[in-house]
Unconditional design. Structure first.
Length: 135
């Protein structure tokens, strides 16, 4: 299974996760190369203009450092038990692809152009239950 950075991804941000969502969109744009378009970042509840979505969500009332994420070829769901942990989850997802989530850093691990292997489709910290694979 592959993550194609060239697909028309939309980053959906739950309330409180806007800056993390913007950084994720910037990382995704960098994965597309210098000519790549900046992905849309929208608020949760808004209608996504694409079937390819990355959802970023956190529990704003928690201090737990656990997180989980799961991915398919057209949907990525990233959840953290706090803002710090959702940022860790975003970092973990992009590191798995071979990219840094830092907007200025990153090493290409692309199989071909913007195609990155999904070497694993989910991740979690011990405080979370494992999420099932997406279809």
């Amino acid at each position: 299974m592959y993550f194609d950075a060239a697909k028309p991804w939309v980053v959906v941000s739950e309330k409180g996760c806007e800056e993390i969502a913007k950084n994720a969109a910037l990382t995704l744009r960098n994965m597309r190369g210098a000519e790549g378009a900046f992905p849309d970042v929208i608020d949760a509840g808004a209608e996504a203009p694409s079937d390819c979505i990355i959802i970023i969500n956190a529990d704003l009332n928690s201090k737990k450092l656990s997180y989980s994420w799961r991915a398919s070829e057209t949907r990525v769901e990233i959840y953290g038990h706090s803002l710090e942990s959702v940022e860790d989850a975003v970092n973990d997802f992009f590191k798995m692809l071979g990219e840094s989530s830092s907007p200025d850093a990153g090493s290409k691990n692309a199989v071909s152009g913007t195609l990155f292997p999904l070497s694993r489709t989910h991740s979690y910290r011990p405080e979370n239950k494992s999420l099932p694979l997406l279809k």
